[in-house]
Unconditional design. Structure first.
Length: 692
């Protein structure tokens, strides 16, 4: 790589494109198979792939059985490997191909790593299955029997062994290791040690025959192994052309990354096929940095790690292309409806059971909660009444109060009243305008003299009055104050510090982002009676607003003050929060991912979901709102997060509690993040300019 990649190049953000290829083979016809391998390698490279994996013994076919003892076949396989090496010259992608190979009078089942006319290394299979339908020990020797650390092939001295790591010297995060089929089915796969030695991509060449249920088990193996190793796992298996004398083949190929499925091939495909995905190498690196036990494990297995040998090569940079990877618009919310419902139920029960635990431990059986008719307090109230159900207490033990102020709309007030009646809690109403007016008068605020000065003091007096009433009501009734503020508000500092909505005795929403709260309320609505469902759907359709500043009649009965009109869209802020908090990505990468997720209004929407927005944002808009997020998150809001009430963590996306995921100084500056953000261009190329 002579020049650094531009902003719109995946490599600039730590991505590398990998492919898993399943060719149609001819049994015992290495010349034909080599031709197909080179053809598929070139096609994959033309689509931007830098690493292409082919099946086990793909140059000969896996089902040769005792033909592997025929010298003519073995000679032809070596010639086929030389042909693949020659065919790789100038292609710009690494190929990993399988073949039988003679080394010092022993035959090994091997994977050859080929790049730009060279054979970079040969990896023998460590574990030979010799049970059920497998008889590999009849033909092959296991890797442990190898006496050579180097072999000569096609006139080249080639490293040989299982401890080889292949590293792109100009892309230091791309370091891969190769193992073969059965190697991943054993308790400690060889690639485990390779991962501890720094391999970010693990490649498995397989010839796994298909039986009922085996596909799902392969998924489990690849998913769990990639998750444990915090690595990408490329798995490709033999397909059409293999002998069906006694076995069947489905040609399954998978790409996993840290437990997440990125790509999967069609099964039982009659022709050759290739599946692609862009692997996030930075994500893998950052996960290993964050999970310090990974480094501890590497130290424990230092002997095995130290045996690894690195083979370096320089990988040319492919042409810029669109990211070949699904980037969910709502990272906190699964896209698939069934998975989303499962997630909502789990989050809801975490909140409920945590609240029950707090009430049982404190010996207090009552809750006080402020209900605004908006989203967050609605969900907190739903959690509160369910907690009472689980404790065998009456829902009337939830003492809910709606407290209209100077800007409360008729819509939200009506929704609050109807919601309290629908769920069966104790319903109260306190008009905070008299006490707020007195406070403003005591402060000498112009509003008390009839002037329409709606400043931060005017807003916070109302927020403080509400919270002050709730705490005194809790004292009076022997109850706990239940907080309602969510993770998104904490991230942006959108809460009134101290005696305001920042404070409570316990908060069930503190690690639930706004986008997920919306889905939780919808999920509860779908399971509720008609009356409750109707009011919950009305809440979902209500503009998010603090309702603290009167500004005339609102359109369509909505609150006059818009939170997102001031802060920007929560869907973008939650996107930025996830990738900033969970992975520590720089603003430029967050913007790059957001652009891929949000620049097309039709992309990223699940058709059965009534909640997945079909908005679209330009790169300039993404940059604008990301600047707001960065400044508020890193510089102006941490002091509020340094003393938040107790709250349960609900997801791996993180929490902002100083006792949990996030410990940060209140005096930090956002200068570094803002400077990095400034390097992002304002205009993106047309989709047609970025080929896929």
């Amino acid at each position: 790589m002579t020049e650094p990649p531009t902003f719109f190049h995946p490599a600039a953000h730590g991505f590398v494109r990998a492919a898993v290829a399943v060719p149609r083979v001819r049994i015992a016809d290495p010349a034909y198979n080599a031709g197909e391998t080179v053809r598929m390698l070139r096609e994959a490279a033309a689509q931007g792939a830098s690493l292409v994996a082919f099946p086990e013994l793909g140059l000969s076919a896996y089902t040769c059985d005792d033909l592997f003892h025929q010298r003519a076949l073995l000679d032809a396989c070596e010639a086929a490997l030389a042909a693949v090496a020659e065919g790789s010259l100038g292609v710009g992608a690494v190929a990993v191909v399988g073949l039988p190979l003679r080394v010092r009078h022993s035959l090994f089942n091997c994977a050859a790593v080929v790049f730009d006319g060279r054979i970079l290394g040969i990896v023998p299979k460590t574990y030979l299955p010799n049970y059920a339908e497998f008889y590999e020990a009849r033909q092959f020797n296991p890797a442990a029997h190898a006496l050579a650390g180097e072999v000569t092939l096609a006139g080249q001295a080639v490293p040989f062994g299982t401890q080889l790591l292949f590293e792109a010297e100009n892309l230091p995060l791309l370091r891969f290791h190769v193992e073969i089929c059965e190697d991943v089915w054993v308790p400690i796969p060889p690639s485990s040690y390779a991962a501890l030695a720094g391999a970010t991509v693990l490649v498995n060449l397989s010839a796994s025959n298909v039986t009922i249920g085996k596909s799902g088990y392969r998924h489990q193996l690849a998913s769990l192994h990639s998750a444990r190793c915090l690595a990408a796992y490329l798995y490709t298996s033999a397909g059409t052309g293999e002998s069906t004398t006694d076995l069947a083949w489905d040609g399954q190929a998978l790409i996993y990354e840290a437990g997440d499925l990125l790509a999967e091939s069609p099964r039982f495909e009659p022709g050759a096929h290739c599946s692609f995905a862009d692997i996030d190498l930075e994500r893998l690196s950052r996960e290993r940095m964050r999970q310090t036990s990974f480094g501890q494990s590497a130290a424990v297995h230092a002997d095995e790690v130290s045996r690894m040998r690195t083979v370096g090569f320089t990988l040319p940079l492919p042409a810029p292309s669109a990211l070949r990877r699904t980037v969910q618009r709502f990272p906190y919310v699964p896209a698939h409806p069934a998975t989303r419902d499962e997630r909502c139920e789990e989050v809801y029960l975490i909140q409920v059971r945590s609240l029950v635990q707090r009430l049982e431990t404190s010996g207090i059986g009552k809750l006080v909660i402020g209900v605004s008719g908006g989203l967050d307090s609605t969900h907190a109230l739903l959690v509160a009444v369910r907690a009472m159900d689980d404790m065998g207490l009456p829902r009337s033990n939830v003492l809910a109060y709606t407290m209209p102020g100077f800007a409360t709309s008729e819509r939200t007030l009506a929704q609050a009243r109807e919601l309290m009646a629908a769920v069966g809690c104790s319903a109260g109403e306190i008009d905070i305008r008299p006490s707020s007016t007195q406070m403003l008068k005591d402060l000498g605020h112009p509003y008390a003299e009839g002037q329409a000065q709606y400043d931060v003091t005017f807003e916070n007096v109302q927020a403080g009055e509400r919270t002050s009433h709730l705490f005194r009501l809790a004292n009076h009734h022997g109850a706990l104050v239940l907080g309602t503020g969510d993770l998104s508000e904490l991230a942006l500092g959108w809460c009134t510090y101290g005696v305001g909505d920042h404070m409570s005795h316990y908060n069930v929403n503190a690690s639930v982002p706004k986008t997920l709260v919306k889905h939780l309320v919808r999920w509860v609505a779908e399971k509720s009676d008609a009356r409750t469902r109707q009011v919950l759907e009305a809440v979902l359709d209500t503009e998010i607003s603090p309702e603290l500043v009167p500004s005339g009649a609102a359109e369509a009965g909505q609150p006059a003050q818009s939170t997102e009109g001031t802060l920007g869209p929560y869907e973008l802020h939650d996107f930025a929060l996830y990738y900033t908090l969970r992975f520590g990505f720089a603003p430029s990468k967050v913007a790059y991912l957001a652009w891929h997720a949000w620049h097309d209004a039709a992309a990223g929407a699940w058709p059965d979901s009534p909640l997945v927005a079909r908005n679209a944002y330009t790169l300039a808009q993404i940059k604008q709102h990301l600047r707001t997020f960065v400044f508020r998150f890193f510089q102006t809001s941490q002091f509020k997060r340094s003393c938040v009430p107790n709250a349960p963590k609900v997801g791996s996306g993180g929490s902002l509690s100083p006792r949990g995921d996030w410990r940060a100084p209140s005096d930090a500056h956002a200068t570094t993040w803002l400077a990095e953000l400034a390097n992002i261009p304002d205009q993106a190329p047309d989709d047609k300019e970025l080929k896929r």
